[in-house]
Design a protein around this ligand. Structure first.
Ligand code: HEC
Ligand code: HEC
Ligand code: HEC
Ligand code: HEC
Ligand code: HEC
Length: 376
């Protein structure tokens, strides 16, 4: 009897140990797969972190860009964000971080790390930000969005809150291209009253917002790519991304055309620009232009500002930030109160989101239609 019991409990222990080992093997294997998947994504792009988040390239504004473009910056910033300060990284006493402090955090070209495992995960692989975000740099809180809160902490426009009916934004800023949280939460668009700017059912009613589509319903979860056919997991087989995207691309194109037409109509007043060269990323100040050469106008985001591309008769092009398009007396041709500035913000909001309406179909349509109205 006694011996039997020993054998039996020995067997149970062996099974438990085997199960534990198998479990860890599965976990270790999963982690290896995740690592390989992650390594193919922008999150693993160390050169990009070097370009955007180090004191060598950014000086003290590594305290700005480093918040979302590096592991060390994010981890230094998160406790501060949770205490209610979404602003630039500060020293522990609350004073602005200087280069020595930032370099010490690791925001230098030798140490900086991109969006690593530890950026999103605690040591036990739980996510760092869940359920709701604190107030974000984009000026709002995303509440009740499950694990998507982790993504939204970085993927937002980071330029403060927009007052929808402000007559003059007093700046030419473009929303940061990471506009996904704003769009899915229905935030930060001009011309649309909050009551008509819906939060997307894709944020409120699918459990984990971003994470549901980009991680959980993705066979290779840690590529963070939403599969093209993800819609069928929740909708009928006929619902595809293209169904939503076709209409939104048309509306984006119409808004760009309407803004371009307004710029073209004022072209006789254009005398001087600060010409930006997209190949070298350099500017030429006081660049004199002959407006008669301009045949059409496209929109371009230039260093965080709204910008225009002047297409010339010769086939060449000039680029300029909108605020640097001047008349002969050196004044901006387009004041910040000009409706094209608010319209341009809305254009870059929906364009920057990069899902062409999928994240928040109704909001994207409402914003673009209201923008077309405002340009009439
Ligand atoms: C610490 C900030 C941060 C967090 C948190 C974060 N991202 Fe990103 N994400 C970035 C940055 C920065 C880029 C741009 C990388 C580049 O262009 O090289 C990016 C790029 C992306 C891209 C574009 C594709 C690619 O591979 O570059 C997708 C999709 C994406 N993130 C999804 C997510 C999802 C989903 C989550 C949440 C699970 C998330 N991100 C959390 C900072 C973050
Ligand atoms: C609140 C978080 C946050 C801050 C702060 C931030 N970024 Fe980003 N940035 C992102 C995310 C997330 C992406 C990826 C967006 C996407 O793929 O749609 C991104 C993308 C970019 C891109 C790629 C744009 C493109 O079209 O490929 C550049 C360049 C960039 N950021 C520069 C900066 C600079 C410079 C700063 C500081 C002045 C900065 N960012 C501050 C979150 C942030
Ligand atoms: C951009 C944020 C982000 C990054 C970077 C990231 N993960 Fe994840 N990870 C997630 C999300 C979101 C989940 C899914 C959680 C869920 O579906 O419950 C997850 C799930 C996991 C899980 C399963 C955890 C569990 O409790 O089931 C493991 C293990 C994991 N990740 C490991 C890694 C490793 C290793 C890396 C680095 C190579 C990494 N992750 C990088 C966001 C991230
Ligand atoms: C309902 C599913 C769904 C949800 C929820 C969702 N996405 Fe997406 N997302 C998509 C689809 C589909 C695309 C378009 C993919 C394409 O056209 O290749 C996309 C596109 C993107 C892109 C640009 C394309 C790329 O891969 O570079 C980024 C970045 C992104 N999503 C991030 C996010 C973030 C951050 C959130 C949460 C704030 C989010 N998404 C929520 C489905 C979703
Ligand atoms: C994880 C589940 C889920 C996925 C994946 C998903 N949806 Fe949805 N979607 C919903 C829910 C829930 C609603 C709200 C209830 C409804 O309208 O059926 C919704 C609503 C919609 C709406 C109506 C929006 C509104 O404001 O009335 C459209 C359009 C839509 N989805 C398109 C898509 C497309 C396109 C995709 C794929 C790119 C997709 N959905 C992926 C769950 C999902």
């Amino acid at each position: 009897m006694g011996r039997h019991r020993w054998i039996r409990s020995g067997l149970i222990v062996a099974i438990i140990v085997a199960a534990f080992v198998a479990g860890s093997v599965v976990l270790v294997k999963a982690q290896a797969d995740f690592r390989a998947q992650w390594a193919r994504t922008g999150h693993a792009n160390r050169e990009f972190a070097r370009a955007e988040a180090t004191v060598e390239t950014r000086g003290v504004s590594a305290a700005h860009c480093g918040r979302c473009h590096s592991e060390q910056g994010f981890l230094a910033w998160l406790p501060q964000l949770e205490k209610g300060n979404p602003g630039l990284i500060t020293k522990p006493d609350g004073s602005p971080a200087d280069e020595a402090y930032l370099s010490n955090l690791g925001l230098n070209r030798f140490s900086v790390r991109p969006i690593t495992c530890a950026t999103c995960h605690q040591a036990d692989f739980k996510l760092r930000v869940t359920a709701s975000t604190p107030v974000l740099p984009a000026g709002f809180r995303a509440a009740g969005v499950g694990l998507g809160a982790q993504c939204m902490t970085c993927h937002n426009t980071r330029n403060g809150a927009i007052t929808w009916n402000a007559p003059d934004p007093r700046r030419y800023s473009a929303p940061h291209t990471a506009a996904q949280a704003d769009v899915i939460m229905g935030k930060n668009a001009f011309f649309v009253p909050p009551a008509e700017a819906p939060i997307s059912p894709h944020a409120s009613f699918i459990g984990d917002a971003c994470v549901t589509c980009h991680v959980r319903f993705n066979k290779e979860s840690h590529t963070f790519k939403a599969p093209a056919n993800v819609c069928t997991r929740c909708h009928g087989a006929d619902v595809t991304a293209g169904r939503v995207q076709g209409g939104i691309k048309t509306l984006l194109h119409e808004v760009e055309g309407a803004i371009g037409a307004k710029v073209l109509a004022a072209r006789a007043r254009i005398a001087v620009i600060r010409n930006w060269d997209p190949k070298t990323d350099q500017y030429t100040d006081n660049f004199r232009v002959d407006p008669a050469q301009i045949v059409s106008v496209d929109l371009a985001e230039i260093h965080g500002q709204q910008g225009v591309k002047f297409n010339l008769r010769s086939g060449a092009a000039w680029y300029s930030q909108l605020g640097s398009v001047m008349d002969a007396s050196g004044r901006p041709v387009f004041a910040t109160a000009d409706p094209i500035v608010r319209a341009g913000w809305n254009y870059f909001l929906i364009e920057g989101d990069d899902s062409f309406g999928v994240h928040n179909p109704r909001f994207a349509r409402t914003v673009l239609l209201a923008t077309l109205d405002a340009l009439k």
